[in-house]
Design a protein. Sequence first.
Lengths: 158, 357
Amino acid sequence: MITATGVMDNEAVYRSYSEELTRYATSLVGPFDAPDVVTDACLKAFETPTWPEVVDRRAYLYRTVLTVANDHHRRTLSRRLREMKVASREETPDPAGSIEVEVLDAVARLSVQQRAVVFLTYWEDLSPEAVAARMGVSIGTVKRHLTRARRRLGELLT
Amino acid sequence: MSYERKMKDLMARLVSMSPEPPPFPEEEAPMARQREQRKSRPALVFATAAVLVVVLAVPLLLFTGEGEPDPAATTSTTSTTLTPTTTTTEPGTSTTEFEGTTWTGVAYLYQEPENSFQSNPALVPLQMEVKVQSGAFEDVQEFTRALAALTESGAGPPAGFRNAIPPDVRAESMDEVGGQVGADMNEAFLDGAGGLLADYTMLNQLIYTLTYQTPDAEVLFTVNGQPVESFGSEGLDLTEPVTRDSFIDELNAIFLTEPITAGLDRYFVAGRANVFEASLMARVLDGNDEVVYEEPVQATCGSGCWGDFSTSIESELIVPGESSIMLFTYSAEDGSIVEAITIPIPEGDVWRLTAGG
Protein backbone atom coordinates (compact mmCIF):
# COMPACT_ATOMS: atom_id res chain seq x y z
CA MET A 1 0.00 0.00 0.00
CA ILE A 2 1.25 3.48 -0.88
CA THR A 3 0.35 6.18 1.60
CA ALA A 4 -0.74 9.68 0.66
CA THR A 5 2.83 10.81 1.01
CA GLY A 6 4.00 8.21 -1.48
CA VAL A 7 5.70 6.08 1.16
CA MET A 8 5.06 2.35 1.19
CA ASP A 9 3.69 1.06 4.46
CA ASN A 10 5.55 -1.65 6.32
CA GLU A 11 3.47 -4.50 4.99
CA ALA A 12 4.08 -3.39 1.43
CA VAL A 13 7.77 -3.05 2.11
CA TYR A 14 7.76 -6.50 3.59
CA ARG A 15 5.94 -8.00 0.63
CA SER A 16 8.43 -6.40 -1.72
CA TYR A 17 11.56 -7.65 -0.03
CA SER A 18 10.69 -10.66 2.13
CA GLU A 19 11.65 -13.25 -0.47
CA GLU A 20 15.04 -11.85 -1.24
CA LEU A 21 15.67 -11.14 2.43
CA THR A 22 14.88 -14.77 3.20
CA ARG A 23 17.34 -15.91 0.55
CA TYR A 24 19.91 -13.54 2.00
CA ALA A 25 19.25 -14.78 5.54
CA THR A 26 19.54 -18.36 4.28
CA SER A 27 23.01 -17.56 3.03
CA LEU A 28 23.90 -16.12 6.45
CA VAL A 29 22.39 -18.57 8.92
CA GLY A 30 21.10 -21.47 6.83
CA PRO A 31 17.55 -22.37 5.94
CA PHE A 32 16.44 -23.41 9.41
CA ASP A 33 16.74 -20.06 11.09
CA ALA A 34 16.35 -17.72 8.14
CA PRO A 35 12.64 -17.01 8.73
CA ASP A 36 13.25 -16.02 12.35
CA VAL A 37 16.11 -13.77 11.35
CA VAL A 38 13.99 -12.05 8.71
CA THR A 39 11.11 -11.58 11.11
CA ASP A 40 13.33 -10.15 13.83
CA ALA A 41 15.18 -7.91 11.41
CA CYS A 42 12.01 -6.46 9.91
CA LEU A 43 10.49 -5.79 13.29
CA LYS A 44 13.71 -4.19 14.43
CA ALA A 45 13.72 -1.96 11.38
CA PHE A 46 10.05 -1.07 11.63
CA GLU A 47 10.44 -0.13 15.29
CA THR A 48 13.42 2.12 14.64
CA PRO A 49 12.31 5.75 15.16
CA THR A 50 14.09 6.91 12.01
CA TRP A 51 12.62 4.14 9.84
CA PRO A 52 10.05 6.46 8.19
CA GLU A 53 12.89 8.70 7.00
CA VAL A 54 15.02 5.90 5.61
CA VAL A 55 15.50 6.46 1.90
CA ASP A 56 17.01 3.15 0.80
CA ARG A 57 14.86 0.76 2.77
CA ARG A 58 16.06 -2.27 0.91
CA ALA A 59 19.67 -1.62 1.88
CA TYR A 60 18.58 -0.82 5.40
CA LEU A 61 16.76 -4.13 5.71
CA TYR A 62 19.75 -6.00 4.32
CA ARG A 63 21.98 -4.41 6.94
CA THR A 64 19.50 -5.20 9.67
CA VAL A 65 19.29 -8.82 8.59
CA LEU A 66 23.07 -9.00 8.74
CA THR A 67 23.11 -7.46 12.20
CA VAL A 68 20.50 -9.84 13.54
CA ALA A 69 22.22 -12.81 11.94
CA ASN A 70 25.53 -11.74 13.38
CA ASP A 71 24.11 -11.19 16.84
CA HIS A 72 22.23 -14.39 17.24
CA HIS A 73 23.18 -17.01 14.79
CA ARG A 74 26.84 -16.96 13.99
CA ARG A 75 27.40 -20.45 15.27
CA THR A 76 23.91 -21.76 14.73
CA LEU A 77 24.59 -23.10 11.27
CA SER A 78 27.50 -25.19 12.48
CA ARG A 79 25.44 -26.44 15.37
CA ARG A 80 22.53 -27.33 13.14
CA LEU A 81 24.86 -29.25 10.90
CA ARG A 82 26.25 -31.20 13.80
CA GLU A 83 22.75 -32.01 14.93
CA MET A 84 21.79 -33.08 11.43
CA LYS A 85 24.77 -35.36 11.15
CA VAL A 86 24.10 -36.93 14.53
CA ALA A 87 20.44 -37.46 13.72
CA SER A 88 20.91 -38.24 10.08
CA ARG A 89 18.54 -41.18 10.12
CA GLU A 90 15.93 -39.53 12.20
CA GLU A 91 13.43 -36.96 11.17
CA THR A 92 15.24 -33.71 10.55
CA PRO A 93 13.61 -30.37 9.82
CA ASP A 94 14.07 -29.60 6.18
CA PRO A 95 12.24 -26.40 5.38
CA ALA A 96 13.13 -26.45 1.73
CA GLY A 97 13.03 -30.19 1.27
CA SER A 98 16.46 -30.20 -0.31
CA ILE A 99 19.12 -29.68 2.31
CA GLU A 100 22.61 -30.15 0.92
CA VAL A 101 24.83 -30.74 3.90
CA GLU A 102 28.04 -30.27 1.97
CA VAL A 103 26.95 -26.82 0.82
CA LEU A 104 26.06 -25.79 4.35
CA ASP A 105 29.32 -27.28 5.55
CA ALA A 106 31.19 -25.05 3.15
CA VAL A 107 29.26 -21.95 4.13
CA ALA A 108 29.74 -22.71 7.82
CA ARG A 109 33.45 -22.21 7.30
CA LEU A 110 32.86 -18.52 6.70
CA SER A 111 32.10 -15.74 9.12
CA VAL A 112 28.69 -14.13 8.78
CA GLN A 113 30.24 -11.09 7.12
CA GLN A 114 32.07 -13.28 4.65
CA ARG A 115 28.86 -15.13 3.85
CA ALA A 116 27.16 -11.81 3.21
CA VAL A 117 29.87 -10.60 0.86
CA VAL A 118 29.97 -13.88 -1.03
CA PHE A 119 26.19 -13.96 -1.41
CA LEU A 120 25.94 -10.39 -2.63
CA THR A 121 28.88 -10.84 -4.98
CA TYR A 122 28.13 -14.20 -6.50
CA TRP A 123 24.38 -14.46 -6.20
CA GLU A 124 23.27 -10.87 -6.51
CA ASP A 125 26.13 -10.14 -8.93
CA LEU A 126 26.89 -6.86 -7.24
CA SER A 127 30.16 -5.04 -7.73
CA PRO A 128 32.42 -4.50 -4.69
CA GLU A 129 31.20 -0.91 -4.61
CA ALA A 130 27.57 -2.00 -4.57
CA VAL A 131 28.24 -4.69 -1.96
CA ALA A 132 29.93 -2.09 0.20
CA ALA A 133 26.96 0.25 -0.14
CA ARG A 134 24.48 -2.53 0.61
CA MET A 135 26.38 -3.61 3.72
CA GLY A 136 27.39 -0.16 4.84
CA VAL A 137 31.11 -0.98 4.90
CA SER A 138 34.15 0.14 2.91
CA ILE A 139 35.18 -1.37 -0.40
CA GLY A 140 38.41 -2.48 1.24
CA THR A 141 36.44 -4.44 3.78
CA VAL A 142 34.46 -6.14 1.05
CA LYS A 143 37.61 -7.13 -0.79
CA ARG A 144 39.20 -8.36 2.41
CA HIS A 145 36.19 -10.53 3.21
CA LEU A 146 36.20 -11.92 -0.31
CA THR A 147 39.88 -12.76 -0.13
CA ARG A 148 39.46 -14.53 3.18
CA ALA A 149 36.37 -16.35 2.03
CA ARG A 150 38.28 -17.58 -0.97
CA ARG A 151 41.10 -18.73 1.29
CA ARG A 152 38.73 -20.56 3.63
CA LEU A 153 36.91 -22.23 0.80
CA GLY A 154 40.12 -22.78 -1.13
CA GLU A 155 40.41 -26.52 -1.17
CA LEU A 156 36.71 -26.93 -1.82
CA LEU A 157 36.78 -24.79 -4.90
CA THR A 158 39.98 -25.94 -6.58
CA MET B 1 35.20 -24.86 -13.83
CA SER B 2 36.53 -21.44 -12.86
CA TYR B 3 36.59 -20.22 -9.28
CA GLU B 4 33.87 -17.71 -10.06
CA ARG B 5 31.63 -20.36 -11.58
CA LYS B 6 32.13 -22.59 -8.58
CA MET B 7 31.21 -19.77 -6.24
CA LYS B 8 28.08 -19.00 -8.23
CA ASP B 9 27.19 -22.66 -8.23
CA LEU B 10 27.69 -22.83 -4.48
CA MET B 11 25.44 -19.82 -3.96
CA ALA B 12 22.79 -21.20 -6.29
CA ARG B 13 22.70 -24.46 -4.37
CA LEU B 14 22.53 -22.56 -1.11
CA VAL B 15 19.73 -20.30 -2.27
CA SER B 16 17.79 -23.30 -3.57
CA MET B 17 17.43 -24.35 0.07
CA SER B 18 15.81 -21.06 1.01
CA PRO B 19 12.46 -21.58 2.74
CA GLU B 20 9.28 -19.65 2.13
CA PRO B 21 9.38 -16.14 3.58
CA PRO B 22 7.76 -15.90 6.99
CA PRO B 23 4.42 -14.13 7.25
CA PHE B 24 4.34 -10.40 7.81
CA PRO B 25 5.49 -9.94 11.41
CA GLU B 26 2.62 -8.44 13.33
CA GLU B 27 3.56 -9.96 16.64
CA GLU B 28 6.61 -9.69 18.79
CA ALA B 29 9.64 -11.19 17.12
CA PRO B 30 10.49 -14.78 18.05
CA MET B 31 13.99 -14.11 19.27
CA ALA B 32 13.05 -10.87 20.99
CA ARG B 33 10.30 -12.72 22.81
CA GLN B 34 12.76 -15.36 23.95
CA ARG B 35 15.14 -12.70 25.20
CA GLU B 36 12.42 -11.01 27.20
CA GLN B 37 11.40 -14.31 28.75
CA ARG B 38 14.96 -14.88 29.77
CA LYS B 39 15.31 -11.47 31.33
CA SER B 40 12.01 -11.08 33.07
CA ARG B 41 12.83 -12.25 36.57
CA PRO B 42 16.33 -10.87 37.00
CA ALA B 43 15.29 -7.62 35.42
CA LEU B 44 12.87 -7.07 38.26
CA VAL B 45 15.39 -8.00 40.90
CA PHE B 46 18.52 -6.45 39.59
CA ALA B 47 17.44 -3.44 37.62
CA THR B 48 15.83 -2.00 40.72
CA ALA B 49 18.84 -2.77 42.84
CA ALA B 50 21.68 -1.58 40.65
CA VAL B 51 23.66 -0.18 43.53
CA LEU B 52 23.35 -3.43 45.41
CA VAL B 53 24.57 -5.29 42.41
CA VAL B 54 27.56 -3.01 42.10
CA VAL B 55 28.54 -3.27 45.73
CA LEU B 56 27.66 -6.87 46.36
CA ALA B 57 26.96 -8.92 43.32
CA VAL B 58 29.92 -7.83 41.22
CA PRO B 59 32.58 -8.88 43.68
CA LEU B 60 30.57 -11.91 44.57
CA LEU B 61 30.75 -13.11 41.01
CA LEU B 62 33.96 -14.64 42.19
CA PHE B 63 32.24 -16.51 44.95
CA THR B 64 30.77 -19.95 44.95
CA GLY B 65 28.63 -22.02 47.22
CA GLU B 66 30.10 -24.26 49.83
CA GLY B 67 29.83 -27.97 49.34
CA GLU B 68 27.42 -29.35 46.79
CA PRO B 69 25.70 -26.38 45.19
CA ASP B 70 21.95 -26.30 44.93
CA PRO B 71 20.84 -23.44 42.68
CA ALA B 72 17.24 -24.43 43.24
CA ALA B 73 17.41 -23.79 46.95
CA THR B 74 15.13 -20.99 48.04
CA THR B 75 16.59 -20.25 51.44
CA SER B 76 19.08 -17.48 51.71
CA THR B 77 22.50 -18.29 53.03
CA THR B 78 25.61 -16.42 54.01
CA SER B 79 27.77 -19.41 53.33
CA THR B 80 29.49 -18.20 50.21
CA THR B 81 32.96 -19.05 49.09
CA LEU B 82 35.20 -17.93 46.30
CA THR B 83 35.65 -19.86 43.12
CA PRO B 84 38.54 -22.22 42.48
CA THR B 85 41.12 -21.38 39.87
CA THR B 86 41.21 -21.99 36.16
CA THR B 87 38.19 -22.98 34.16
CA THR B 88 38.52 -24.34 30.70
CA THR B 89 35.33 -24.88 28.79
CA GLU B 90 34.47 -22.51 26.01
CA PRO B 91 31.30 -20.67 26.94
CA GLY B 92 28.29 -19.95 24.83
CA THR B 93 27.86 -23.47 23.59
CA SER B 94 24.69 -24.40 25.38
CA THR B 95 21.87 -25.13 22.99
CA THR B 96 19.10 -25.78 25.45
CA GLU B 97 16.31 -23.30 25.90
CA PHE B 98 16.92 -21.20 28.97
CA GLU B 99 14.23 -20.84 31.60
CA GLY B 100 15.96 -19.45 34.63
CA THR B 101 17.62 -16.32 35.85
CA THR B 102 20.39 -14.28 34.35
CA TRP B 103 23.05 -12.36 36.23
CA THR B 104 25.14 -9.80 34.44
CA GLY B 105 28.25 -8.25 35.86
CA VAL B 106 31.98 -7.69 35.62
CA ALA B 107 34.61 -9.68 37.46
CA TYR B 108 38.39 -9.39 37.38
CA LEU B 109 40.20 -12.61 36.72
CA TYR B 110 43.82 -12.75 35.67
CA GLN B 111 45.98 -14.07 32.91
CA GLU B 112 49.60 -15.20 32.90
CA PRO B 113 51.42 -12.92 30.46
CA GLU B 114 53.78 -14.25 27.83
CA ASN B 115 57.45 -13.31 27.87
CA SER B 116 57.10 -11.19 30.97
CA PHE B 117 60.18 -9.93 32.79
CA GLN B 118 58.59 -10.22 36.19
CA SER B 119 55.91 -12.81 35.45
CA ASN B 120 53.34 -10.88 37.41
CA PRO B 121 49.72 -11.64 36.57
CA ALA B 122 47.69 -9.37 34.30
CA LEU B 123 44.23 -8.48 35.49
CA VAL B 124 41.51 -8.99 32.90
CA PRO B 125 37.98 -7.84 33.67
CA LEU B 126 35.34 -9.90 31.93
CA GLN B 127 31.78 -8.86 31.23
CA MET B 128 29.75 -11.90 32.09
CA GLU B 129 26.20 -13.06 31.74
CA VAL B 130 25.51 -16.09 33.86
CA LYS B 131 22.35 -18.08 33.37
CA VAL B 132 21.07 -20.27 36.14
CA GLN B 133 19.01 -22.98 34.57
CA SER B 134 17.49 -24.74 37.53
CA GLY B 135 15.58 -22.41 39.76
CA ALA B 136 16.19 -18.78 40.54
CA PHE B 137 18.21 -17.00 43.15
CA GLU B 138 16.61 -14.35 45.28
CA ASP B 139 19.75 -12.60 46.44
CA VAL B 140 23.44 -12.52 45.85
CA GLN B 141 24.03 -15.50 48.07
CA GLU B 142 21.77 -17.59 45.94
CA PHE B 143 23.66 -16.36 42.93
CA THR B 144 26.92 -17.41 44.40
CA ARG B 145 25.53 -20.87 44.93
CA ALA B 146 24.62 -20.96 41.30
CA LEU B 147 28.11 -19.91 40.37
CA ALA B 148 29.42 -22.89 42.29
CA ALA B 149 27.41 -25.08 39.97
CA LEU B 150 28.94 -23.20 37.10
CA THR B 151 32.50 -23.86 38.11
CA GLU B 152 31.88 -27.42 39.09
CA SER B 153 30.13 -28.17 35.84
CA GLY B 154 33.20 -26.91 34.01
CA ALA B 155 31.47 -24.09 32.16
CA GLY B 156 33.37 -20.88 32.62
CA PRO B 157 35.87 -18.51 31.14
CA PRO B 158 38.22 -19.99 28.59
CA ALA B 159 41.60 -21.48 29.34
CA GLY B 160 44.11 -18.86 30.26
CA PHE B 161 41.93 -16.97 32.69
CA ARG B 162 42.50 -17.72 36.33
CA ASN B 163 41.27 -16.87 39.77
CA ALA B 164 43.69 -16.62 42.69
CA ILE B 165 41.02 -16.44 45.37
CA PRO B 166 40.84 -19.68 47.38
CA PRO B 167 37.52 -21.51 47.46
CA ASP B 168 37.11 -21.33 51.23
CA VAL B 169 37.27 -17.55 51.41
CA ARG B 170 33.94 -15.91 52.04
CA ALA B 171 32.57 -12.42 52.16
CA GLU B 172 30.28 -12.03 55.13
CA SER B 173 29.04 -8.58 54.25
CA MET B 174 29.91 -5.51 52.23
CA ASP B 175 28.97 -1.87 52.23
CA GLU B 176 30.02 1.39 50.65
CA VAL B 177 30.09 4.60 52.62
CA GLY B 178 31.67 7.88 51.62
CA GLY B 179 33.92 6.53 48.91
CA GLN B 180 35.09 3.61 50.98
CA VAL B 181 34.05 0.05 50.32
CA GLY B 182 34.01 -2.14 53.38
CA ALA B 183 34.41 -5.86 52.89
CA ASP B 184 34.05 -8.02 55.96
CA MET B 185 35.61 -11.38 55.21
CA ASN B 186 35.69 -14.71 56.99
CA GLU B 187 38.80 -15.93 58.74
CA ALA B 188 39.96 -17.98 55.77
CA PHE B 189 40.69 -14.67 54.07
CA LEU B 190 43.57 -14.13 56.53
CA ASP B 191 45.48 -17.09 55.09
CA GLY B 192 45.77 -15.43 51.71
CA ALA B 193 46.24 -17.45 48.55
CA GLY B 194 49.29 -19.51 49.44
CA GLY B 195 52.24 -17.37 48.43
CA LEU B 196 53.24 -13.75 48.29
CA LEU B 197 52.50 -13.20 44.61
CA ALA B 198 49.25 -15.15 44.89
CA ASP B 199 48.32 -13.03 47.92
CA TYR B 200 48.84 -9.84 45.96
CA THR B 201 46.93 -11.23 43.02
CA MET B 202 44.03 -12.20 45.24
CA LEU B 203 43.95 -8.72 46.75
CA ASN B 204 44.19 -7.03 43.37
CA GLN B 205 41.33 -9.14 42.02
CA LEU B 206 39.14 -8.27 44.99
CA ILE B 207 40.07 -4.57 45.04
CA TYR B 208 39.54 -4.05 41.32
CA THR B 209 36.28 -5.96 41.29
CA LEU B 210 34.97 -4.14 44.34
CA THR B 211 35.83 -0.75 42.82
CA TYR B 212 34.75 -1.45 39.26
CA GLN B 213 32.11 1.29 39.38
CA THR B 214 34.12 3.53 41.70
CA PRO B 215 37.77 3.15 40.68
CA ASP B 216 38.96 5.88 43.03
CA ALA B 217 37.32 4.33 46.08
CA GLU B 218 39.27 2.86 48.95
CA VAL B 219 38.69 -0.66 50.20
CA LEU B 220 38.90 -1.60 53.86
CA PHE B 221 39.08 -5.32 54.54
CA THR B 222 37.98 -6.56 57.93
CA VAL B 223 37.49 -9.99 59.48
CA ASN B 224 34.70 -10.36 61.99
CA GLY B 225 34.50 -6.60 61.92
CA GLN B 226 38.11 -6.20 63.06
CA PRO B 227 41.02 -4.67 61.10
CA VAL B 228 43.35 -7.13 59.37
CA GLU B 229 46.77 -6.79 60.94
CA SER B 230 48.34 -9.76 59.25
CA PHE B 231 47.30 -11.11 55.87
CA GLY B 232 48.69 -13.99 53.89
CA SER B 233 52.06 -15.67 53.88
CA GLU B 234 54.06 -12.50 54.57
CA GLY B 235 51.71 -10.97 57.12
CA LEU B 236 50.70 -7.91 55.10
CA ASP B 237 49.21 -5.13 57.18
CA LEU B 238 45.75 -4.31 55.85
CA THR B 239 44.58 -2.17 58.73
CA GLU B 240 44.56 0.88 56.48
CA PRO B 241 42.30 1.15 53.44
CA VAL B 242 43.84 0.06 50.16
CA THR B 243 43.24 1.28 46.62
CA ARG B 244 43.78 0.13 43.09
CA ASP B 245 47.30 1.56 43.28
CA SER B 246 48.32 -0.15 46.50
CA PHE B 247 49.63 -3.33 44.91
CA ILE B 248 49.80 -2.27 41.29
CA ASP B 249 53.51 -3.06 41.03
CA GLU B 250 52.65 -6.69 41.59
CA LEU B 251 50.76 -6.75 38.31
CA ASN B 252 51.93 -7.29 34.77
CA ALA B 253 53.32 -4.24 33.00
CA ILE B 254 50.17 -4.25 30.86
CA PHE B 255 46.72 -5.08 32.16
CA LEU B 256 43.12 -4.11 31.56
CA THR B 257 40.96 -1.95 33.77
CA GLU B 258 37.81 -2.20 31.68
CA PRO B 259 36.22 -5.14 29.92
CA ILE B 260 36.71 -4.98 26.18
CA THR B 261 33.40 -3.62 25.00
CA ALA B 262 31.76 -3.24 21.63
CA GLY B 263 30.37 0.11 20.63
CA LEU B 264 28.36 0.87 17.54
CA ASP B 265 31.21 0.20 15.17
CA ARG B 266 34.30 -0.07 17.34
CA TYR B 267 35.70 -2.11 20.19
CA PHE B 268 37.10 -0.20 23.13
CA VAL B 269 40.13 -1.31 25.07
CA ALA B 270 41.38 0.42 28.23
CA GLY B 271 43.94 -0.39 30.86
CA ARG B 272 47.13 0.60 32.57
CA ALA B 273 50.73 0.07 31.56
CA ASN B 274 54.21 0.71 32.79
CA VAL B 275 56.27 0.06 29.70
CA PHE B 276 59.30 1.51 27.93
CA GLU B 277 58.54 4.98 26.60
CA ALA B 278 54.88 4.40 27.47
CA SER B 279 54.54 2.66 24.14
CA LEU B 280 52.61 -0.55 23.64
CA MET B 281 50.97 -2.33 20.74
CA ALA B 282 47.48 -3.63 20.11
CA ARG B 283 46.88 -6.44 17.65
CA VAL B 284 43.81 -8.17 16.38
CA LEU B 285 44.29 -11.89 15.83
CA ASP B 286 41.88 -13.99 13.84
CA GLY B 287 40.73 -17.49 14.73
CA ASN B 288 44.01 -18.92 13.47
CA ASP B 289 46.06 -16.45 15.51
CA GLU B 290 47.08 -14.61 12.39
CA VAL B 291 47.58 -10.89 12.79
CA VAL B 292 44.90 -8.99 10.92
CA TYR B 293 45.58 -5.58 12.40
CA GLU B 294 48.17 -3.86 14.52
CA GLU B 295 48.46 -0.36 15.90
CA PRO B 296 50.63 1.48 18.42
CA VAL B 297 49.02 2.69 21.62
CA GLN B 298 50.44 5.36 23.86
CA ALA B 299 49.99 5.33 27.61
CA THR B 300 49.98 8.53 29.62
CA CYS B 301 53.18 7.55 31.42
CA GLY B 302 55.87 4.91 31.11
CA SER B 303 59.48 3.85 31.70
CA GLY B 304 58.97 3.50 35.43
CA CYS B 305 55.56 5.02 36.03
CA TRP B 306 52.09 3.68 35.44
CA GLY B 307 49.98 5.33 32.79
CA ASP B 308 46.49 4.88 31.46
CA PHE B 309 45.96 3.77 27.90
CA SER B 310 42.94 3.34 25.73
CA THR B 311 42.27 2.62 22.12
CA SER B 312 39.44 1.59 19.88
CA ILE B 313 39.47 -0.86 17.02
CA GLU B 314 37.08 -1.09 14.10
CA SER B 315 34.46 -3.76 14.65
CA GLU B 316 34.89 -4.90 11.07
CA LEU B 317 38.26 -6.32 12.02
CA ILE B 318 36.85 -8.48 14.79
CA VAL B 319 34.76 -11.61 14.62
CA PRO B 320 33.34 -12.28 18.08
CA GLY B 321 33.92 -15.85 19.06
CA GLU B 322 37.00 -16.10 16.88
CA SER B 323 39.14 -13.00 17.19
CA SER B 324 41.41 -11.97 20.03
CA ILE B 325 42.99 -8.70 21.00
CA MET B 326 46.64 -8.94 21.95
CA LEU B 327 48.41 -6.23 23.92
CA PHE B 328 52.17 -6.19 24.27
CA THR B 329 55.27 -4.07 24.10
CA TYR B 330 58.53 -4.53 22.28
CA SER B 331 61.54 -5.26 24.43
CA ALA B 332 63.88 -2.28 24.69
CA GLU B 333 66.76 -4.75 24.71
CA ASP B 334 66.17 -6.97 21.73
CA GLY B 335 62.90 -5.89 20.15
CA SER B 336 61.09 -9.09 21.02
CA ILE B 337 57.44 -9.15 22.06
CA VAL B 338 57.13 -8.98 25.83
CA GLU B 339 54.47 -8.57 28.52
CA ALA B 340 51.89 -9.94 26.11
CA ILE B 341 48.32 -10.68 27.06
CA THR B 342 45.72 -12.01 24.66
CA ILE B 343 42.02 -11.58 25.33
CA PRO B 344 39.52 -13.51 23.22
CA ILE B 345 36.40 -11.65 22.13
CA PRO B 346 33.41 -13.78 23.10
CA GLU B 347 30.33 -14.19 20.98
CA GLY B 348 27.96 -11.35 21.65
CA ASP B 349 30.88 -9.63 23.40
CA VAL B 350 29.83 -11.15 26.70
CA TRP B 351 30.98 -14.35 28.33
CA ARG B 352 27.71 -16.22 28.42
CA LEU B 353 27.89 -18.96 30.94
CA THR B 354 25.31 -21.43 32.09
CA ALA B 355 25.33 -22.69 35.63
CA GLY B 356 23.84 -25.87 36.89
CA GLY B 357 23.20 -27.16 33.41
